[in-house]
Design a protein around this ligand. Structure first.
Ligand code: XLS
Ligand code: CA
Ligand code: CA
Length: 439
């Protein structure tokens, strides 16, 4: 078996060490923080598509990444070599999970049966590597957006043949996810949306998408797949309008089609910001609805209007993300999947490591800060105090859902003055800075 990163040795936590070099400055996998080790809290995962498949091309430029496993003779040979490179890469970083689309791991053949045979062959190899290394599958999914057959969408296509083909593809993707012990199965509907309503039967498309997901739930039950279904919202790109726009709209879709009890969310930072939210906003909506499943850990560039999928280095975002995750009691089946790619000029294999180390250290720092914030209760106490008017008097009655408009009018008529407390936002933001700097 060829070694793909011969110059890189296992990356270690090196406290106090500074300057250049491949080592963890914050992430100590075995350090107990709270009640778990850092690696149990964070459950880092490698995204197969960016890390193993992406060539670093963009709208204006050819592939730029140097990836030795891209240079082999046939697509199947490349798929095999990719598996070896992927497991070597994850082992050297100490990443214990990965995620894939069906088409990332094996190429499409001339027919669907040939494609499925290709998949079976690579899945056997992945399974062997998983049992040798102990690395696990965080989630699997089907790529229902790349092939030109999905030009009008997959389950929302105007073409029933495409709907059927997509169903066959998801059926197979569920089977291999189960076979590899995947802990979750993700639906991201990149082309499930529309370009113009002039040619779109929106009601039919949404009904079909709901039915499609229900069939997936039914089939998972039939084959005994007990992973968690996740829906990953994104507002746009590649379609102009994607139906699962953000957590709120996807939640309303799930409730309309009676699917909410079968699904949680996989929330991607860059998708939340594309929808005009912070990552924390979408995490909070999912959390308060008991539906925060997993996170695609990346960040966007707010000066660019598209999904740049950058490695997460913004400590505010990693801290507030970990805050939401800890507040829900930690990940159960989910994890932090680096759905991110190095920038095009960071084209060397070493950059793949530097990029992951940057993301892992940023989340380790965020975890430490969030744990302290929660332990000290500093924001919790402030929030409780801010809403204390609901714990007594008229506020208590409102909390107990007692009054009506008439009795509230009587109360308001008697009020002599209204005094509001300060929101203290700037003070709270400087406390957050302190926690990040000192954790
Ligand atoms: C694309 C999405 C995609 C999903 C999985 O923007 O992030 O990669 O995570 O299909
Ligand atoms: Ca994603
Ligand atoms: Ca993305």
């Amino acid at each position: 078996m060829k070694e793909y990163f011969p110059d890189i040795i296992k990356i270690e936590f090196s406290p106090g060490k500074t300057g250049h070099g491949l080592f963890f400055r914050q992430y100590n996998p075995v350090e107990i923080t709270g009640e778990k080790s850092m690696k149990e809290h964070l459950r880092f995962s490698m995204a197969y598509w960016h890390t193993m498949c992406c060539g670093g091309d963009d709208q204006f430029g050819a592939p730029a990444y140097v990836r030795p496993w891209h240079d082999v003779s046939s697509p199947m040979k490349m798929a095999e070599e990719r598996v070896y490179a992927a497991f070597e890469f994850m082992q050297k970083l100490g990443i214990e999970y990965f995620c894939f689309h069906d088409r990332d791991i094996a190429p499409e053949g001339k027919t669907l049966s040939e494609t499925n045979k290709n998949l079976d062959k690579i899945v056997r190899l992945i399974r062997k590597m998983m049992s040798e290394t102990g690395i696990k599958l965080l989630w699997g999914t089907a790529n229902l957006f790349n092939n030109v057959r999905y030009i009008h969408g997959a389950s929302t296509s105007c073409n029933a043949d495409v709907f059927a083909y997509a169903a066959a593809q998801v059926k197979k993707a569920l089977e291999i996810t189960k076979e590899l012990g995947g802990q979750n199965y993700v639906f991201w509907g990149g082309r499930e949306g529309y370009e113009t309503l002039l040619n779109t039967d929106m009601k039919m498309e949404l009904d079909n998408m709901g039915f499609f997901m229900q069939m997936a739930v039914d089939y998972a039950k039939e084959i005994g797949f007990d992973g968690q279904f996740l829906i990953e919202p994104k507002p746009k790109e590649p379609t102009k309008h994607q139906y699962d726009f953000d957590v709120s709209s996807a939640l309303s879709f799930l409730k309309t089609y009676n699917l909410d009890r079968h699904f949680k969310f996989n929330i991607e930072a860059n998708h939340a910001t594309l929808a005009g939210h912070t990552l924390q906003h979408d995490l909070r909506i999912a959390r308060i609805n008991g539906m925060l499943g997993s996170v695609d850990a990346n960040q966007g560039d707010l000066l660019l209007g598209w999904d740049t999928d950058q490695f997460p280095t913004d400590l505010y975002s990693t801290t507030l993300c970990m805050y939401e995750i800890l507040k829900m009691g930690g990940f159960e089946k989910g994890g932090l999947n680096f759905d991110a790619k190095p920038r095009r000029p960071s084209y060397t294999p070493e950059d793949m490591f530097y990029a992951h180390v940057a993301g892992m250290d940023s989340f380790a720092k965020g975890l430490k800060a969030a744990l302290r914030i929660i332990k000290d209760g500093i924001f919790d106490n402030f929030v409780a105090e801010r809403y204390q008017s609901y714990s007594h008097g008229i506020g208590k009655k409102i909390s107990d859902k007692n009054p009506d408009f008439k009795s509230l009018e009587q109360y308001a008529l008697k009020l002599k003055s209204i005094e509001n407390p300060s929101g203290r936002q700037e003070h709270l933001e400087s406390l957050l800075n302190d926690y990040i700097l000192n954790s």
